[in-house]
Each structure stands twice: as C-alpha cells, then as structure tokens.
Design a binder for this molecule. Structure first.
Ligand code: PBG
Length: 332
C-alpha cells in the first residue's frame, strides 16, 4: 500500500522542484549516450551523401561515408549503429535473392565498418522489403504474404549478415517462427554470440512513411502490412509476441513505433524484465525535425524530452535518428 501523503502545507510537492540542484537530486530517470542505437541508410557509390527529403537532417550514405559516420558515432560514445540499405530497383526481384547476397550493400557496409571501427556494435535488418519487387517483408503469392517460405529466406538473410560480421540481428519482418529458426541456424553455423534483437511488437503504422522513402520501398509496396504487423488497437497481443520471441531465443526485444506506444514499452518491461528497446521511427523523427525546421517547436528540447520519455517508460535503449545530435548535446 502507498503511504498517504501528509496534507498541505506539510506536503508541498514544489519543494523538491525549487532549484536545478534539487531537481537533479530527485530526478528518477536519465538519458545517456550509452542508450542509443543509430539507424543509418546506405546507398551505392563512393562519397555519396543523399538527403532524405522527408527526414530533414538525415542522409543516405555510401559505404565509405558510413564508415566515417561509424567512426564519428564511436568517438561520441554511441554503442551501436543499425544499417538499412537503399537497394537499386534493378536488384529487386520476386525471389528477393539480393537479401542474402554476401556482397549486397548491407553486408559490404558491415565488413567495412567492422574493419575500420571494430568496437562499435553493428545491427542489421532482417526483412525482405528492401529487396522485394512487391515491397513486402515476405514473399507474396496470389496476393498473400506467405509465412513459412519467407522464414526460410529470412534465415538465409540472417546467416549472410552474421557471416559479414553483424553483432546484433534485427528481424523486423513479423513472420511467425522466425526467431526460433534464426536462433537454431545461428547456433548450428557457429554464430553462438550473434544476438537477436527481435522487433517483437511491431505495429502496422503510418509513422513508417519517411523510412519507406529513404529505402525506396514506397513505390513497390502494394496494399498494407496489416496481415503481419500488429493492430495499433492491441496491447495484450504485444505481450504474447514478446513472450513467444523470448521463448524462441531473442536476446532483446523491441517495441515499434516508440512514442505512440510507450504504454506497450512499460508493460513489456514490467512483465518480462528483458532488455527492452523502442524504435523512435522515421515519422516520429520527421514530426519533430519538421516542426523544428519551421520554428514551431524547440527541436533540441523536443528531441531530448522525447528520448527521456522512453527511459521513463522502462526502455533500456532507443533506436533514434537523433543519435549523433543528442550524443553531441549530452557530451557537451
Ligand atoms: C521494414 C522496416 C520498416 C522500418 C524498419 N524496418 C518499415 C516497414 O515495416 O514498413 C521502419 C523504420 C522507420 O520508420 O524509421 N522491414
């Protein structure tokens, strides 16, 4: 039972808010550079920096440039970088074979970063959408996204990423059974230390719009992802998904998007106590960065506040496009 507060004026809750010193003493949560995973977009070429129109301040980077970015991120203390390739439309097929090409953009970047910045953790994305002429995360047959054949392909993709040197594999596809299948394939191929950060509670969200532009998936996508991504109205289902993925061998779990789903973050953390991450997705970034660009909000403050809220909601860390900017601020 909660003790009853003494009545006013014995209790004046403003006493502990009166000065910066006292506010610092009673602060319950904190945000640090060590909480950040930085998602970056890759593109072909050399010395290429291509602005993403719907994400002011975010660029697609060629491999040489992403190596430089990883070096800077590591110097700022950012523990991990997460790679998302913009795939040449000519390499998108119905069989998605580019997804497990050992020399695809993601694997090439992984090797280059590992070589140059061995101490930053590399996270990769497992899903077929960047490579799929149909734009979906899984194979499409007769208008349906087929589960089990997709999982077989995702396992090949995950293994190719592990061979390239990925430390953390992030399955974002929402197929059933993929975590167990990847975990056993990784174990039997000798990748015992490769981690799985499961996008366990991933919602079918309108907030992914700018990302699909950034990776060039919007044009290809027919229909929506509601037969595999979650209904935003559901919360208990998120717990079942997280429980299932942990039972299949996920080391860490994610809730995605972030800000509209902080209640899910809290429930997941309280229920399982597992390493829990939120993805502050492209649309969330665009809203803050776009409003700031127009002078409608204070961008720095909104960025810091939004990230602190994830900590308050129980997250151990956050994937955020703001990572380098916030790291610079936190480092002074
Ligand atoms: C696709 C994937 C998506 C994101 C990460 N991986 C988009 C989608 O599911 O359509 C979204 C990230 C963001 O919006 O920042 N597998």
């Amino acid at each position: 039972m909660r003790p009853t507060l003494a009545a006013f004026p014995a209790t004046r809750l403003r006493r502990t808010r009166q000065s910066a010193a006292v506010r610092a003493l009673v602060q319950e949560n904190s945000l640090s550079v060590g909480d950040l995973i930085w998602p970056v977009f890759l593109c072909d070429g050399t010395d290429v920096v291509q602005p993403v129109a719907s994400m002011p301040g975010v660029n697609r980077l060629s491999v040489d440039r992403v190596v430089q970015a990883a070096r800077e991120a590591h110097a700022l203390g950012i523990p991990a970088i997460c790679l998302f390739p913009y795939t040449d439309p000519a390499k998108k097929t119905a069989d998605c074979a580019e997804a497990w090409n050992p020399d695809n953009l993601s694997n090439t970047a992984t090797r280059a970063i590992k070589d140059a910045v061995p101490d930053i953790a590399i996270m990769t994305d497992v899903a077929l959408d960047p490579y799929n002429s149909m734009g979906h995360d899984g194979f499409v047959v007769d208008g349906k996204i087929i589960n089990d054949e997709t999982v077989e392909a995702l396992v090949k993709q995950a293994l190719s990423q592990a061979r390239a040197g990925a430390d953390i594999i992030g399955p974002s596809d929402m197929m059933d059974g993929r975590i167990g299948a990847m975990r056993s394939a990784l174990e039997s191929e000798g990748f015992k230390d490769v981690m799985l950060l499961s996008y366990a509670a991933k919602y079918a969200s309108a907030f992914y719009g700018p990302f699909r532009d950034a990776v060039g998936a919007s044009g290809a996508l027919k229909g929506d992802k509601t037969t595999y991504q979650m209904n935003p109205a559901n919360s208990d289902e998120a717990l079942r998904l997280v429980e299932r993925d942990l039972a299949e061998g996920a080391d860490m779990v994610m809730v995605k998007p972030g800000m509209p789903y902080l209640d899910i973050c809290r429930r997941v953390k309280d229920t399982f106590g597992a390493p829990t991450f939120a993805y502050q997705v492209s649309g969330e970034y665009a809203m803050i960065a776009g409003a700031a660009q127009n002078g409608w909000i204070d961008g720095e403050k909104a960025m810091l506040e939004s990230l602190m809220c994830f900590k308050r909601a129980g997250c151990d860390g956050v994937l955020s496009y703001f990572a380098p900017q916030v790291a610079r601020l936190l480092n002074g």
